[in-house]
Design a protein around this ligand. Structure first.
Ligand code: SF4
Length: 347
């Protein structure tokens, strides 16, 4: 059986060619799969019964199962654990924001970047996800939204789930092109943010793709030594090169780069780090997003007091750095980021 979920229209037309399916029918099939929640050919009532039966004998629409689900108490955030046919599972999150429905997708099952503060890396990386497997996360959520309310859709997307997207470059770029197509979710590139730990060569490639998505860089420390302590990848791609690649991205795409900075008590939230961070941001088309850490007790990484968080934010503002503190959504389940999957791995 051939799985057609995740195919582009061209790929689908090629797969359907042996069955003499006309081009407009191929587009209808794509719309059934990606926009109308069809999980098999039987649902595609505008195709003849005979064609539906012929296609069902050879082709499948491979969709992941919803293995688990966590809803935040405020009802705004829902986290899904999706399981693909081979048993691999990833987390996907829906955030119902005041400005629309936002999703966070994963690009790898697990991650081998080894960031000190992250649960997704604890079991290493199982495998890369294909473009169809990443798209399936968005389609699953959009199907659910449409069932809740006619016309509801996914409005924005962050690529910030498990995995380093720029280590799965070809699949991620193919996915971005696919989710932008009018026969899938038709998502505008400007509504998409990709977050990277700083894979410099692929940050440079991304700037040349002609795809004006927003780039978010996980910074988390303002100097080489401390960043290497928190993010091992910084030894391979040093901070200075990451900043240069981010500047290049902003220059080429005219898109503001966001630097994510997890605030950790008495580690990176002091006056010296605030001064260093201010110096790094000088002259950049960029903003800093401060994220008070969810404590990692085993590693003694604790959340700063509100007073320290406020002080750090004010220091940056006073020194003309664009800064925000991440609005907390569904803290009760955000705290478990990466942990839903880990729990199932243990089970
Ligand atoms: S923070 Fe991102 S890059 Fe770092 S280990 Fe976690 S998933 Fe991987």
């Amino acid at each position: 059986m051939i799985d057609i979920f995740g195919m582009t229209l061209d790929e689908l037309q090629a797969a359907l060619a042996p069955y003499k399916v006309q081009k407009f029918r191929a587009k209808q099939i794509a719309q059934w799969m990606y926009q109308r929640g069809a999980r098999d050919f039987a649902a595609m009532t505008n195709l003849s019964k005979q064609l539906r039966e012929t296609l069902s004998a050879d082709l499948v629409i491979g969709r992941p199962k919803i293995k688990d689900r966590l809803d935040s108490q405020d009802g705004h955030t829902t986290k899904f654990l999706l399981e693909y046919a081979d048993g691999t599972a990833v987390e996907t999150v829906l955030m119902r924001q005041p400005y629309g429905n936002s999703i966070c997708v994963s690009t790898q099952a697990g991650c081998n970047m080894g960031c000190a503060f992250c649960a997704s890396t604890l079991h290493g990386m199982a495998r890369d996800l294909s473009k169809g497997e990443i798209l399936a996360q968005a389609v699953t959520i959009e199907d659910m939204l449409r069932e809740e309310e006619a016309g509801a859709k996914v409005d924005t997307m962050v690529i910030m789930g498990s995995g380093e997207p720029l280590m799965n470059y070809d699949n991620v770029i193919a996915f971005l092109r696919l989710i932008h197509e009018d026969y899938t979710l038709g998502m505008g590139y400007r509504n998409i943010t990709l977050s990277t730990s700083g894979i410099v060569p692929n940050m440079l490639r991304l700037a040349e793709e002609g795809m004006p998505i927003s780039l978010s860089v996980s910074l988390h420390a303002p100097n080489q030594e401390l960043r290497s302590q928190l993010m091992p990848i910084n030894r391979k791609y040093p901070l200075v090169d990451v900043i240069a690649a981010a500047k290049n991205y902003a220059d080429k795409t005219k898109r503001r780069v966001t630097y994510e900075y997890i605030l950790i008590d008495h580690l990176n939230d002091g006056e010296e780090q605030a001064r260093e961070l201010t110096a790094l941001m000088k002259g950049q088309l960029a903003s800093v997003n401060l994220i008070p850490i969810n404590p990692v007790v085993e590693r003694n990484l604790m959340r700063p007091s509100k007073a320290r968080i406020d002080w750090f934010e004010k220091y940056l503002m006073d020194h003309h750095v664009n800064v925000t503190v991440r609005r907390e959504m569904g803290v009760d389940i955000q705290a478990a980021c990466g942990q839903l999957r880990n729990k199932h791995l243990k089970d």
